[in-house]
Every structure is written in C-alpha cells, then in structure tokens.
Ligand binder design. Structure first.
Ligand code: G6P
Length: 764
C-alpha cells in the first residue's frame, strides 16, 4: 500500500506531463507536417511545370488555345492536381480547368503563392497554390498556376497525430512500468534493509558499510533505534503476563476450582492490643508478602499461628477471621500455641536449629531434643487443622517453609489424594552441612510426603536431592527431577518467588520521588541536598547488616570527599528478639553504628541512621523512592524480596541497587551492582559507583530490572507451581483409572511410583 502511494506520487505528475506534451506537440506537429508537405508540393509543382513547359510554350507560340486547354484537362487527371490555369505575361488568367475558382485572377494567385501558407479553401477542399513562370526560346511566355489537393495532407497529418499520441502514450506506459518495477525493487530493498536494521542485523553486521563521513550519524541512528526497540520490548512485557485473574482462571480450569489451603507459621495480619484498642499489623516477612496476593486471588483458607495479643478477640468460634480486614477475600484459620510449644517449635528447633543450619551465616545451629518434640507436636497440630479444613479428599495444600518440614507426610497419611506443595523459602545447604542435624532423616521423610518440593533456585533443589541421595534409600531420577521414596514420587523444582507488581491505580497515588526525598530528609533531619543510601531488613544476622556498616565506614575512609555528601538510613525491623543470638546481633549493630558516627562526626547530623522499628509497606515504599542507592547485602538468602520491592517502587527509573551475590535474586537481577558482602572493599566501591552513577546508566539498568521483576511476578511463581500440580493431579487420576480398569480384568498394575505399566501385556 505504501509503495503504491509512493508510486502514485510519481505516476500522476508523469501522466500530467505526458498530457501537456501531447496537447502542445500535436498542433506543432500539424504545422510542421503542413509546411513539409507544402514545400513538397512546391517542388512537385515545379516538376509538373517543367514537364508541361515545353508543350505549354509551344502551344502559346502557336496560339493553340484548345491544345493548351486539352493539355491542362489531361494534367488535372492526376489525383493530386486539382486545377491549372495560365497567366499571360500581361497578367490575364486563361484556360482555367473545371475546378479552378472563377473569382481567382493572376494577381491574387501570385499573392497567394507568395504567402507563408499558400493555402486556399475551395468547395472541394483545401488546395495549395503555386505559380511557375514558363520561358520559351523567345523569352517568358507567362506563368502556370497550379492548385494541388491538400486533403491528403490532412489525412496524413491525422495519421501522424494519431501515431504521435500513440507514441507519447506508449512511452508514458513504458516509463510508468519501469518506475513501478524500480520503485518496488528499491522499496523492498529499503523495507528489508530497515527490517534487518530493526532486527539488529544491520547493527551487528551492516549490509554495506556507510561512507566514513556518515558513520557517526549511522551509529547515532542505530543507537536510537536500539533504545526504541528496548523500550518497546520492556513496555510490551511478557507475551501473557501473570495476573490475579490469570491465576484464578488457572485454578478454575486446571484445578477444577478445588480448595486451596495455605499453611505457614507467620500470619498475614496480626491483631494487636495497643492502648486498649485492637490494631492490625502487617508482619515483616517476605513469605507473607508473597503468599498474601495469591490467597486474595484464590479465596482459599490460610492456616497460621495466631501470635497477636488481640488475635483471639477477632476470630469466630472456628478460630477463623476473614481477611484482608474489611474485605474477607479469604479465611485465616488461627492456631493457638502454648508458650512452651512456641518456644520449642518456633524459637528453638525452627529458628535456632534449622534457620542457622540452612543459612551459611556462621552461626552455630542448636539442636535440643525438647525443641524437636515440640516441633513434631506443632507440625501435627497444623496437619490436623489442614485435615479439618479440607472440604474434599484431595485439596491443594501449599505448605510454607522450614517450620513445617514434617507436615507434608502427616497430611499425606490422612489425605493420601491431596496435592501437597511444600515451598522452602530459605536456602538448602549441601549434604554435609545438613547431615549434622540429628533428625535429618525424619525431616527429609516428612518433606517427601509432598507432591512437589519447591526452592527458589536450582542450586538449592540440587542440594536437596543430593542430601536425600546421601541420607535416604530413595530412587532419584535426575532427568525428571523426581525423588521416589516409599513408592511415592516427589517432584523437586525451582520456582523463584517474587512480589505483586504494583497496579497503575496504586502507583498513581504514590508521592513523587522528590517529595519522598524531601519528607524523608525533613523527618530524619538530613540536609536536603544529601544523597540517600538505604537498607531495609529484619534485624537478622543473615542479612549482612554488619558487613554493610563496615562497607559504609570503608567508603568514608577511602573517599573522604563523599563524607559530607550522603547519609545511610538502615531500617531494621525487630525479629525473634527472644533469642540470644538476635539480641546480641542487634546490640552489635547498634554499637557499630554508634562507633562509625563518632569516628566521622558531622555538623549536619550522623552519617548512619538506624531505625530499629517496623516500617509498614507505605513507609518503606517512600524510603525506596527517596533513595539514591539501596543495599541488599545478605550473607545468604533464599531469594530476598527487598531488592524486588525497591525496583518496583522506582517508576522514575532512578536509583541503584547494590545486591549480594549470595541472595537468590542475584541470578535474576544482573543489572544490579552485584557484590560479595564479605568483601568490604568491593561493597564500598559499589556504593561509590552507585552514588556517582550517571542518570542515563541508572535508567538503563533500572528499566531492565523492572521489566524482569514485572514479568516474573508472584502470580507467575504460584502459577507455575499450580500448573505443575495440576499436571501431576491429572497423571494421578489417569493412573488410578488405569489401575481400576486393569484390576477389573485382572491385569498387571501400573508402577506405584511412576504410574508406568509394568509387564506390558502381549497384543491380541
Ligand atoms: C523469612 C522466613 C519466613 C519468615 C520471615 C520472618 O523470610 O522464610 O518464613 O516468616 O523470615 O520471620 P519471622 O520469624 O518473624 O516470621
């Protein structure tokens, strides 16, 4: 269509030019041909006159008028010669033939013959007049007046005109055809050239190198096109983005709307009694941040420990409360624990045993038999709750984290047809490290009650499989990533967890980054011009907060000019404060911050601001938007969602992320400044690079990080797990049906583990 329009733009003027040429050239051609023929007739007349001259002279000398008349009458039998007359030397016209005009005399004839166009209109048509003097031996005897027919000239002119028009038309058609072909070819060349450029082929290997003087322009053009292409790709996002709606429809279609039950230790909302009032808190937990949007989308039941001081006041008689408060999208079933149970199961075995065991953070795990007993007891308590909440024999049970390693096998015992997905939110160590746990086999057996065991990264999944291989008698199929234990297969897969990407409605309500910065600086008494480096964590020794402070101190030693230019704000939400290790860690951090601030005193206020209180989602979002650099320096982390939340908050494409290579997120976010948190020089340098990073580079990095996190959002995490669950459920149903059919006709049964049919029966 585009070529056609372009061609039309050329062809229309061409047609106009050709019409104008025809219009102007045809009369010109007429005149020219007339003149050529007139000259021709003059010559012909002279020839005729020459031929007749002797006879005419003789007749005149002999005064034989009749002979002359007969001669003339014979001569006009020539079809071209219309009329002849004789002019005497005295100028008297005589012997005019039949068609010679009566009113013509010698004077007129001579005048006409001398004119530029010696043409005369007779009744029979136009004639050409010529006068030819005749000379005898005695001298001039008079003149012959000849009138030649001109109509044949008109006929010939008409033919010439038609020929000319046909020639111009034909020529026009040929030019047009050539134009169309050339245009098509060159347009195709352009199109394919441009397409190649857009595909990046021309960028990498230009089809023909441009002239050297055009190279800078070409390079600039290629650069711009690449930018546009990248922006387009980022704006487009994934082909089909994961959203709550897509997850809901997956539940309806793939899982036939079956009930979803989530089990976690931490509850999504905590009701606390403060100043004689019930208030609702959101806990600082990556797990809760990720799972809550899934529950909102699935409308299932969430079973969790009721740990808030006012939790009991808001539940119904079945210990259930609708959440989120005031909306009731899903049900939370609260489980009550005695202080002994909480101490042994949560603080003891989970957080003093498994937590340090799985995080290689150089804190010794503590294993106490009494803690283990409480752990078993509480796992059973929650498993019973799952069975009680199940409305069918095959619910989908999503078991969260290291607090419930035994629960999958316990539920499997009571609900053998349930689909149990266990997600381990923290790292899984190598077999040797895990092997020090006195109850390692029970833990592995408990987890293998699951249909699927999920980790954030392949690496942790591989560690798990190797641990099973080392400590249990299990069949491992690496190709399918399955572990078969006690005749039951468990799929071990990686599903990187993420956050819920903010909706446009939500981001519209956000204050601008400059407003966030101004408010943060005003609130904390930081000079407005200062750059902000932020960290947001729980007060946990795995988060690398001490290493971060050391890096900030080193930054100021190494780059003195930066000292009065920035402030470091560390939000550290109190956590597991009943444990010695955590209390000691907090003290150590506070002392280090104090020491650094004393070592580098500043008129404009302390360089390190430690905010050891829980900050809600809104406050944290403002801090992220105010920041120049965000530091995530975990010593070991399953995934870490702080870095993803920071990226989601920066719709201005500003801000630099410094990210530990030991956080699972580092694998997905290579555009961050990836550091080894133990390497204080490297972290200090990374922060310096972040503080000085040009806006264009920040934009480049941030735009890519954002498109990755948006695409790999938390609905994708859940969606991928549930899709796998649906596939395995279907396989299970098929294998059950096969088993029923075969037992009805007494044939060998499918393999309990794989569903494959052994002893394939002989054909008919
Ligand atoms: C980690 C764990 C979660 C836990 C969270 C907060 O992210 O994987 O299971 O909820 O820390 O810890 P807490 O002990 O306060 O629940």
């Amino acid at each position: 269509m585009k070529t056609f329009r372009l061609q039309l733009r050329f062809l229309l003027p061409l047609a106009l030019v050709l019409c104008a040429t025809a219009y102007l050239s045809v009369p010109l051609m007429d005149r020219l041909t007339l003149r050529w023929f007139a000259r021709d007739l003059d010559m012909r007349g002279a020839l005729v006159a020459n031929t007749l001259s002797d006879s005419v002279a003789e007749a005149m000398q002999e005064h034989k008028g009749r002979k002359l008349q007969a001669l003339f009458d014979r001569a006009v039998q020539d079809e071209r010669l219309v009329a002849i007359a004789w002019c005497t030397p005295e100028g008297v016209l005589q012997h005019g033939t039949k068609l010679f005009p009566k009113d013509m005399d010698c004077e007129k004839a001579k005048a006409l013959a001398a004119a530029r166009d010696p043409e005369l209109q007779l009744e029979s048509g136009a004639v050409h007049v010529s006068v030819h003097p005749i000379t005898a031996e005695t001298g001039p005897v008079g003149s012959l007046v000849l009138m030649h027919d001109l109509s044949f000239i008109e006929r010939r002119s008409k033919d010439t005109r038609q020929y000319l028009i046909a020639l111009i038309g034909g020529l026009g058609a040929v030019i047009a055809l050539v134009t169309v072909i050339v245009a098509q070819l060159s347009w195709r060349g352009w199109v394919s050239g441009t397409r190649a450029l857009l595909r990046g082929e021309g960028l990498v290997r230009p089809l023909a190198p441009p002239a050297p003087e055009l190279e800078p322009l070409a390079a600039e053009l290629r650069e711009r096109m690449r930018d546009l292409q990248d922006d387009y790709r980022r704006a487009q996002g994934a082909e089909l983005e994961w959203s709550p709606e897509r997850l809901r429809s997956l539940l309806q279609t793939q899982l036939r709307g079956d009930q979803v039950i989530v089990v976690s230790n931490r509850e999504p909302y905590i009701h606390e009694m403060r100043d004689a009032q019930v208030v609702v808190d959101r806990p600082a937990s990556g797990l809760v941040t990720a799972v809550e949007p899934i529950m909102r989308a699935c409308s299932g039941t969430w079973i969790a420990h009721g740990s808030g001081s006012a939790d009991r006041q808001v539940v119904d008689r079945h210990d259930r409360v609708g959440l989120p408060p005031g909306q009731g999208d899903y049900q939370l079933r609260r489980i009550w624990l005695t202080p002994e149970q909480e101490q042994g199961y949560y603080y003891g075995f989970a957080n003093e045993g498994l937590w340090p065991l799985c995080h290689v953070a150089h804190v010794r795990p503590v294993f106490r038999a009494t803690d283990w007993e409480r752990y078993v007891e509480v796992n059973q308590l929650f498993a019973d709750a799952v069975v009680a909440e199940a409305r069918s024999e095959d619910p989908v049970v999503l078991v969260q984290d290291y607090h419930f390693a035994l629960l999958p096998a316990m539920v499997r015992k009571r609900l053998p047809r349930a689909t149990i997905l266990m997600f381990w939110h923290i790292p899984w160590p190598n077999p040797e490290s895990f092997g020090i746990c006195p109850w390692r086999d029970q833990i592995l057996e408990g987890m293998l009650g699951s249909t699927i065991v999920g980790f954030h990264t392949r690496f942790h999944g591989k560690n798990f499989i190797e641990t099973v291989d080392r400590h249990l008698e299990a069949r491992i199929e690496h190709e399918h990533s399955t572990v078969t234990y006690g005749g039951r297969p468990t799929l071990v897969e990686s599903y990187p967890i993420s956050i819920e990407w903010p909706t446009p409605e939500e981001t519209r309500t956000w204050p601008s980054p400059s407003q966030c910065r101004a408010e943060t600086c005003a609130r904390l008494g930081i000079p407005q011009g200062h750059q902000l480096v932020v960290g947001v964590d729980r007060f946990d020794y795995t988060k690398g907060i001490l290493e971060r402070l050391n890096a900030i101190e080193r930054l100021m030693e190494k780059y003195p000019a930066v000292r009065d230019r920035f402030t470091f704000v560390q939000v550290a939400a109190p956590t597991r404060a009943a444990l010695d290790e955590y209390r000691a860690f907090r003290r150590r951090i506070e002392e280090t911050a104090e020491r650094i601030n004393q070592r580098f005193p500043r008129a404009e206020g302390a360089v390190v601001r430690l905010l050891a209180t829980h900050h809600g989602h809104e406050a944290v979002m403002r801090l992220y938007r105010a920041a120049d650099v965000c530091m995530v320096t975990s010593l070991h982390d399953g995934m870490n969602l702080v870095c993803k939340e920071f990226v989601a908050a920066r719709d201005d494409l500003r801000g630099v992320l410094v990210l530990s290579r030991f956080a699972g997120a580092a694998r997905e976010m290579p555009e961050a400044l990836i550091v080894n948190p133990y390497d204080v020089e490297e972290v200090a340098d990374a922060v310096m690079v972040g503080l000085d990073m040009p806006g264009a580079e920040q934009r480049e990095r941030m735009a890519n990080l954002r498109s990755t996190v948006r695409e790999n959002n938390v609905f994708r995490w859940a969606g991928r797990m549930l899709t796998d669950a649906a596939r395995l459920r279907l396989r299970q149903r098929v294998s059950e049906r096969v088993r029923r059919h075969r037992s009805a006709v007494d044939l060998p049964q499918p393999d309990g583990a794989t569903g494959a049919v052994r002893n394939w029966p002989a054909g008919p």
